[in-house]
Design a protein around this ligand. Structure first.
Ligand SMILES: Cc1ncc(COP(=O)(O)O)c(C=O)c1O
Length: 445
């Protein structure tokens, strides 16, 4: 029945209306005088304002209370600082040049002229947008070139790029697993993997950070209650800067008939002598891991995420992962920039060596000042744990006043006792940048 048909479904079978009467009926606007099939509206009720007004949403009220409290205690908002140009080892914030430890451009490629030129040329050839999902008419050669290069670099069958790193985890984990499955993840896993696990409807369990014995105990107890089991870890943990024991994880996943997924957001381009990531660092063949995930937004100077793995995995995702099929194809300048960055990574391993030197130097010097650097292994991420959110915010603001940009990581992103400043290290940092930052931090603490 369409919206114009005013005959009740159970009306007695009348004479067939004439064509003219039918046309008239279609052209006459629907009225409500007992003729319409529209539902009779109940009397308007009053609903609590917390149902209808964003100001009354509990989440908003809590955020606002925290911001107001911080202001009262004399801490300005350290978030959403406005960088006026490229943010590399140095950056300009509110007109002031600072040494920058808050950008994950680990190989300094976002400002590289070759990367920028590749983006410009891709705009000239393909435009700024592909204006469609790839499955329909958004596919461009630059997408295939980037995916081929990623698959070759990983030494796996194939790869697929998504427009967001976060959406890659949400979509892939959410899509591949379901109610009969178990997803087991490190307690410090990134939010995107958690959201994917929740979306999947699978049972979700976490194991204490990097504790493979606890993982094994959990699987001894739980494995046989489920069909598929996914273990999810990160290559370098984004808040702590440490890496998992990959050979042990591979052994466990084989023993328990599970699948292993490694999120290399902060380890690809970083770990291993030539930046090939956790597998190079741990000397494990790429195919020992079932799902390699990474982001283009860090070492690869772009935006988006990728999955690398077997033909069957990538084919399945290419035709059915919601965040791929129902989303626009990657913008050509972004794909071209990341492809150029990947080519530079493959031909200039000295960038990776400089990053290692800087990370090691930062960690050693920070320890020499007796800062609590937590679990950091001294590669791309080094935290200075302060144990108090307000202290972290205040220190970050004071540092910025002195020309050092290091972001606070506070509750609820980490536990209150783990509140910290987080330093991202780049191959472009100079020794004097690190010396100056740590000396300033020491003078303020
Ligand atoms: C471990 C990890 N995975 C996934 C993401 C999401 O990536 P993106 O910011 O590129 O969307 C991040 C973000 O920084 C991350 O740290």
């Amino acid at each position: 029945m369409n919206g114009y048909d005013t005959t009740p479904p159970d009306a007695p079978n009348k004479e067939k209306p004439s064509k003219a009467a039918l046309i008239k009926r279609f052209l006459t606007p629907k009225t409500n005088g007992g003729q319409s099939n529209r539902a009779v509206l109940p009397a308007a009720k009053k609903y609590p304002s917390s149902y209808t007004q964003f100001e009354q949403f509990e989440g908003y009220k809590q955020q606002k209370m925290l911001r107001d409290a911080a202001k009262l205690l004399g801490a300005e908002n350290p978030f959403f600082g406005l960088h006026e140009g490229t943010a590399g080892a140095t950056t300009v914030i509110n007109g002031k040049e600072c040494i920058n430890f808050s950008s994950y451009d680990y190989l300094g490629l976002s400002s590289d002229p070759r990367v920028q030129q590749a983006a410009i040329e891709a705009i000239g050839t393909y435009g700024t947008s592909v204006s469609a999902s790839r499955i329909v008419s958004g596919e461009r050669p630059i997408h295939r070139e980037l995916e081929r290069a990623l698959a070759e670099t990983y030494q796996v069958d194939d790869a697929l790029v998504f427009v967001s790193g976060h959406a890659t985890n949400v979509s892939v984990i959410g899509h591949l697993f379901g109610a009969k499955d178990l997803i087991v993840h490190d307690a410090l896993i990134h939010n995107s993997a958690l959201v994917g696990a929740q979306l999947s409807g699978a049972t979700r369990r976490s194991f204490p950070h990097n504790d493979t014995e606890a993982l094994e105990r959990l699987l001894i107890e739980q494995r046989d209650r489920f069909e598929r089991v996914l273990i999810v870890v990160e290559g370098i943990y984004s808040m702590d800067g440490d890496a998992p024991d990959l050979p042990e994880l591979v052994r466990i996943k084989n023993q328990f008939g599970a699948l292993l997924m490694v999120d290399e957001a902060h380890s690809f381009g970083v770990l291993g002598a030539t930046g090939l990531g956790l597998r190079e660092h741990a000397n494990v063949p790429a195919k020992a891991v079932d799902i390699w995930m990474g982001t283009l937004s860090k070492a690869l100077a772009g935006c988006g995420g990728y999955i690398a793995g077997s033909t069957a995995l990538i084919e399945q995702l290419r035709y059915s992962a919601p965040g791929f099929v129902y989303s626009v194809g990657m913008a050509p300048p972004v794909a071209a920039a990341s492809l150029a960055a990947l080519n530079i990574l493959r031909t200039e391993p000295e960038r990776v060596s400089s990053l290692h030197t800087n990370g090691r130097y930062f960690l050693e010097q920070a320890r020499a000042y007796s800062f609590n650097t937590g679990l950091s292994m001294g590669y791309s991420v080094v935290p200075v744990v302060l144990g108090n959110s307000l202290k972290a915010v205040k220190l970050s603001i004071s540092l910025l006043e002195q020309g050092i940009n290091a972001q606070p990581i506070i509750y609820p992103a980490v536990e209150e006792r783990a509140a910290r400043l987080r330093f991202f290290i780049s191959c472009s940092h100079q020794t004097k940048h690190i010396d100056q930052a740590l000396a300033q931090l020491d003078s303020l603490k």
